[in-house]
Design a protein around this ligand. Structure first.
Ligand SMILES: C[C@H](N)C(=O)N[C@@H](CCCCN)C(=O)O
Length: 573
């Protein structure tokens, strides 16, 4: 340490930010794995014989153990009892184990194995869960999807445990300092992970012209190994800090399970938790359908093979531009000189415009949607900084909810009118996605740093875990509900698929068509159906969540004022 007056590692700004970088990089890698199959749903259907139900059930498995086996509650208790560094290592290892299982399920070696045979014949019915409609498996689910679901369930435990651990770690290193800026920066890197995944998962799957879905998952597994290394390095820094502080926090008031009652009796906690589940249910589940929603509304026409815009190298160039947007925007937060700060912002904004233009030329719904996390990368740290110095967290929650409502209503009612105006449609889509990105910065940047104001330090881990658990119920429920509302409000599309399946089946039975021809016809109709959905009602449902979040935000602001919780107060006084 350069300054001899510094007492502990966290008193050194450099050390604090290195600790944050380690935690944030681990979350960056985890968020990439979390959505690794989302942008290649079409390939999972064509390469592994899954259908939409198998895909949706496998994706939903991520929250299963957390929600129904209460793993997240245990994770919070482990965190408060064992501390940040132990739980960080544990979560890194759990994520990796889950990811390896998922990789094995998708790998070529799984096909034709005894394990595949066993899973095809077994695990079709879980008594009790089937009746409740919450089973992560069902009869007829492809064996690879069942094993991938098991892996994803385990990964889900690890990644949520990592989420609460990282939040607790940031509080430990930054409380009373730039805590919201640090949380905002960590989330910014996580958002960059989502954008990276949107671009690189399909890229690796299609690399070199031969399709391999397991290559994408392998990419994610390697990143999770890096995440574990980050947590190991963090382990030693955290240990050193505890040696310097004499583990004062833990010794002064050891955590007891009964302390959880204290959390549950706080009205502020409940309002924040409910606002969190409502808001995030309108964001993360939407993220899983957003690319398809754009395809359905914008009628994008992929550039012809061999053309400039269809080339793989353009994807890389676009990603590099994305990194420039993120790096310049992020760095502008830390520039002391005003000129340099504005110069960075201008570079970032110009790069963002170039990125948007390329997305339009490539007619790629994935690339268009990737600006969503990108704006959050830019402004979450700025807003975090604002919360640190000016406060206004409750007001930001209210504004974020209002923007969410406006965006979902624009997607629902304005975007469908633009289908025949390619440029107008894409411009409106970009603007709405960017505003949604701003909302997705306002709420997380103000919500997560508010939790330490609601509970005592020794139970922060459990408080984060309880909020995550309540939030996970929504993250489990709403992807299912979106799917159901979508099917329910577009009955003609399911009928179309049923009709072609029946027609081709009869034609094959009558000897008028080969099975290959029949499959090709079904695939052609399915492809057409996949981009023909009307998303109005699922989007109205998500806007309604925003309305409920808005009213809760108003209530929270009133409670904050009455009880003096300090949500509108700055973190640094
Ligand atoms: C999905 C996860 N439960 C979640 O809520 N993630 C938050 C970040 C929480 C803070 C992590 N240190 C998100 O906004 O991604």
């Amino acid at each position: 340490m350069a300054n001899s007056n510094l007492k502990t590692l966290r008193d050194s700004a450099a050390m604090r930010w290195i600790a944050l970088l380690l935690l944030a990089l681990a979350m960056f890698c985890s968020y990439i794995f979390m959505d690794i199959l989302s942008p290649i749903k079409d390939l999972m259907l064509s390469q592994r014989g899954w259908d939409s139900t198998a895909f949706g059930t496998m994706q939903g498995a991520e929250t299963f153990l957390n929600v129904f086996v209460f793993f997240l509650i245990f994770a919070g208790i482990i965190l408060d009892k064992m501390g940040v560094r132990f739980t960080a290592l544990l979560s890194g290892a759990v994520m990796l184990v889950g990811a390896l299982i998922k990789y094995y399920a998708i790998a070529d070696t799984f096909i034709g194995s005894d394990i595949e045979k066993w899973f095809t014949e077994n695990l079709n019915y879980i008594p009790g869960l089937d009746e409740l409609g919450v089973s992560p498996f069902y009869k007829g689910m492809p064996a690879s999807a069942k094993v991938a679901a098991i892996g994803f369930m385990i990964f889900g435990c690890g990644v949520e445990m990592a989420g609460i651990t990282v939040s607790r770690g940031i509080v430990k290193w930054f409380k009373g300092r730039e805590m919201a800026l640090a949380m905002g920066s960590e989330m910014a890197l996580a958002r960059l992970g989502v954008a990276t995944c949107m671009i690189f998962s399909p890229f690796f799957a299609k690399l070199g012209g031969n399709v391999s879905v397991s290559r994408s998952v392998a990419f994610g597994v390697v990143l999770l190994m890096i995440a574990l290394i980050m947590f190991i390095v963090y382990f030693f820094m955290d240990k050193k800090l505890d040696e310097q502080t004499g583990e004062a926090e833990e010794k002064d008031g050891p955590f007891k399970v009964s302390d959880i009652g204290q959390i549950l009796s706080s009205s502020g906690f409940w309002l924040v938790a409910l606002l969190c589940v409502l808001y995030y249910s309108a964001i993360f589940p939407f993220q899983k359908y957003a690319v398809n929603m754009l395809q359905c509304n914008l009628h994008l026409t992929t550039p012809e093979k061999g053309s400039f815009w269809a080339d793989d190298s353009v994807t890389i160039v676009q990603y590099v531009i994305m990194l420039i947007v993120a790096a310049a925007g992020f760095a502008s937060n830390f520039m002391k000189k005003k000129d340099l700060k504005y110069a960075m912002l201008v570079v970032s904004i110009i790069s963002l415009l170039v990125y948007c233009y390329m997305g339009y030329m490539r007619q790629s719904a994935e690339a268009i949607f990737a600006v969503f996390p990108l704006l959050a990368v830019l402004i979450t740290p700025i807003l975090g900084n604002y919360v640190d110095h000016k406060g206004k967290a409750a007001s930001m929650l209210i504004l974020g909810s209002l923007l969410l409502i406006a965006c979902h209503l624009t997607f629902a009612f304005v975007l469908p009118l633009c289908g025949n105006s390619p440029v107008g449609g894409v411009v409106i889509a970009y603007i709405t996605i960017l505003v949604l990105g701003a909302s997705f910065s306002l709420v997380p940047a103000s919500l997560w740093p508010s939790v330490p104001k609601l509970v005592e330090p020794k139970i922060i881990g459990s408080a984060y875990a309880l909020i995550f658990w309540i939030q996970n119920i929504g993250l489990w429920l709403f992807p299912l509900l979106i799917g159901k509302v979508l099917e329910g409000t577009n009955p003609e599309l399911a009928a179309k698929i049923k009709a072609i399946k029946e027609t081709t089946k009869h034609a094959v039975e009558a000897g008028n068509m080969t099975i290959q021809e029949a499959n090709a016809q079904v695939a052609a109709v399915s492809e057409n159906v996949a981009v023909s959905y009307n998303y109005t009602w699922p989007l109205v449902m998500l806007a309604a969540l925003g309305v409920a979040a808005f009213f809760l935000g108003l209530l929270l602001k009133a409670v904050d004022k009455k009880k003096g919780i300090g949500l509108e107060e700055p973190n640094i006084k």
